[in-house]
Design a protein around this ligand. Structure first.
Ligand code: SF4
Length: 287
C-alpha cells in the first residue's frame, strides 16, 4: 500500500470552494502533515459532516465517510474501536461541530478517544449562505440575526479543556507552516485532539477578511507551557482581542480510551474477529 503523498491523496474531483476560501489552506496543511508522517493511504480514515469544508470528502483519495450534519465524530469512534491501528480524523465546520455536534465533542474528549478533530471555524454557516453560527461574535448582523446576534460567542478551546480534552490547539488556515505542525502533533497525540482552525469565508463573512486575521492572529508566547492546564484555560479565556494560535494544552500521560479496554490490549478488534470467528453464516443469511 503506497505512502501518502500530496499528489496521490488528491482524488480526480477538483475542490468547488470559492477562490480564496480558507478551506484550501487547511486541506493543503492536512495533506502535507499526512505525507510528512509517512502514513499509508489505507491507514487513514477521515469522517466529514455537512458543510463547505465537509465536501473535502470528495476531493481526497483515502477512506472517507461523508455523513450527517454535525455527526462526523460518532463514525470516527466506531472506526477507532474496531481498528485502533488506523489514524482517524474528523473534519467539520464550526456550525456543525460546535452547534449540532457539540455533545459528540464533549463525550469524545471525556473518553479520550484517540481521534483528531479538525474544525474549520469561519464564524458562519456558509454552505447555507452565511447564517450566524455558535462562534459568531455577539451583535453581528447576518441573515438570521438582522438586528444583531443576542448570544455570546461559544469558546471551543475553553469548552474542550473543561471536558478533559488531552490535546487542545488552535491554528490559522493561512499559516501553513504552523498549522501543518499542529496537525502532525494532533494526529500523533495519544488521545482526543481538538484543533480549532480559524479561516476566512470570503463570500459570506466580509467582516473577517485577511486583513482582519492579519491584525488579530498571533502565535502563543514561546513561554507558554502546554503541559499546564491552568495556563491553557487562562489564555483560552482572555477577553476578545488577539487570537492565539499554537498548542494550548497537551497531556501526554493519560491513556486513550481503547488503551483502557483489556479486550483490545493484544490486538485490534477487527483482527480478533478475523482470526477467531467465522461470520460467513451471517453473511450468507443476509446475502
Ligand atoms: Fe469557503 Fe465561504 Fe465559499 Fe464556503 S462559502 S466555499 S466557506 S468562501
Amino acid at each position: 500500500m503506497p505512502k501518502i503523498t500530496k499528489q496521490n491523496i488528491k482524488s480526480p474531483i477538483k475542490p468547488t470552494w470559492c477562490a480564496g476560501c480558507g478551506n484550501f489552506g487547511i486541506l493543503r496543511a492536512l495533506y502535507a502533515a499526512l505525507e510528512e508522517l509517512e502514513l499509508n493511504r489505507a491507514d487513514v480514515v477521515t469522517s466529514y459532516g455537512v458543510g463547505c469544508c465537509d465536501n473535502g470528502a470528495d476531493f481526497s483519495a483515502n477512506y472517507a465517510i461523508h455523513g450527517l450534519h454535525g455527526r462526523s465524530v460518532p463514525p470516527t469512534i466506531g472506526v477507532k474501536l474496531a481498528n485502533h491501528e488506523l489514524k482517524v480524523i474528523s473534519v467539520s465546520g464550526d456550525g456543525g461541530q460546535y452547534g449540532e455536534g457539540l455533545n459528540h465533542l464533549m463525550f469524545a474528549a471525556r473518553g479520550n478517544h484517540n481521534i483528531t478533530m479538525l474544525v474549520h471555524n469561519n464564524n458562519r454557516y456558509s454552505l447555507t449562505t452565511g447564517q450566524a453560527s455558535p462562534t459568531t461574535p455577539k451583535g453581528t448582523k447576518t441573515k438570521t440575526t438582522p438586528e444583531g446576534l443576542i448570544e455570546e460567542p461559544f469558546n471551543p478551546l475553553h469548552t474542550a479543556l473543561s471536558a478533559h480534552a488531552s490535546f487542545v490547539a488552535r491554528g490559522y488556515a493561512n499559516d501553513f507552516k504552523q498549522l501543518k505542525e499542529i496537525i502532525k502533533s494532533a494526529i500523533t497525540h495519544r488521545g482526543f485532539a481538538l484543533v480549532d482552525i480559524l479561516q476566512a469565508c470570503v463570500t459570506f463573512n466580509k467582516d473577517y477578511d485577511f486583513k482582519w486575521y492579519k491584525d488579530h492572529v498571533e502565535h502563543l508566547s514561546e513561554d507558554h507551557d502546554s503541559s499546564d492546564w491552568n495556563q491553557a484555560i487562562e489564555v483560552a479565556t482572555k477577553p476578545a482581542g488577539k487570537l492565539f494560535t499554537g498548542v494550548y494544552y497537551q497531556d501526554e500521560d493519560r491513556p486513550a480510551y481503547h488503551e483502557s479496554l483489556d479486550v483490545l490490549n493484544e490486538k485490534p478488534l477487527v483482527k480478533q474477529w478475523q482470526a477467531e470467528r467465522d461470520i460467513s453464516p451471517v453473511i450468507k443469511h443476509y446475502a
